[in-house]
Unconditional design. Sequence first.
Length: 333
Amino acid sequence: MNILGIETSCDETAAAVVKDGTRILSSVVASQVEVHREYGGVVPELASRRHIESIAPAVEQALNDAGTNQKRIDGVAVTRGPGLVGALLVGFSFARAYAYALELPWVGVDHLEGHLNSVFLSEPSPEFPFVALLASGGHTGIYLVNSYTQCRCLGHTRDDAAGEAFDKVAKMLDLGYPGGVVISQLAESGDPERFRFPRAYLDKHSFDFSFSGIKTAVKRHIETHENYREHLPDIAAGFEAAVVEVLADKLIMAAEKYNCQRIALVGGVAANTALRRKIVQEAESRAISFFVPDISLCGDNGAMIAACGYRSLADPEGPRGRLDDDVYSRAIP
Ligand code: KG4
Ligand code: ZN
């Protein structure tokens, strides 16, 4: 079953063709980084306008790259939320019209479930149950994944997402956009011990996160150290170490609490080398198996949306999109 997946929730126009929920036949990601760079963050209206320009070419290229055509697509999956409403509406309206015109079944999927499905697109992929940390620019949470359709949120961020903290700190330090990649590159040459930023564990048993305190701590550091520009790599490394430590510790804590031998890491922040390294170490010392998708599948992409939609579309009784379905901006509680 070939599913066309479409993703336009933020600043990537993405389309992919995935066979049977696991085999990527093509994956096209048209990045808008250049459009938003001069503003230091995503400008929603510009994102929508760029999605409108890019969506049809991205879908056409995904079909070409997969060596297929409209007639050999069996269903369409598209991100329904959470995300920027104007951006979501472009992909959603396109996918719905496309499916309607071709008389194909289609389904709107949750972006966060899409990220969780990215782990099934790289080999080896985990058996159930597993505990997953989803860390992206819009969301950070820990999930107990019992099956393709059964997943329980154990905790999530109470304020900023982990990726958002990277982006905001990069902006404060005038390092450019997008922040995650810049900070992690800079941190490679820094000393993570030189400046110790706070680790917010909240309640000892909580799987919730908070990243606003560390952001404020970096701001205070900048305000009180006139020469802070001379030690940017150390600030970046200290900040990254604090975020990585909390993320990795809570993921391991959750695996131990739920007696789970498998953990996974997904979302844009999963591309972070220090985080991958730390989780590998912690998992190895406890004989826990660690699963992380290929870097190309960590950030937003259409393949994870296709994989997620396949779970519904392959089931004759599974949910289907309806013409009066709408998008949503926030995570469904
Ligand atoms: O999953 P994603 O592409 O979009 C959302 O769903 O939000 O995640 C984007 C986020 C951004 O905040 C970006 O700064 C962060 O992922 N990110 C990273 C790295 N690469 C991307 N954060 C830390 N280290 C990285 N190497
Ligand atoms: Zn995402």
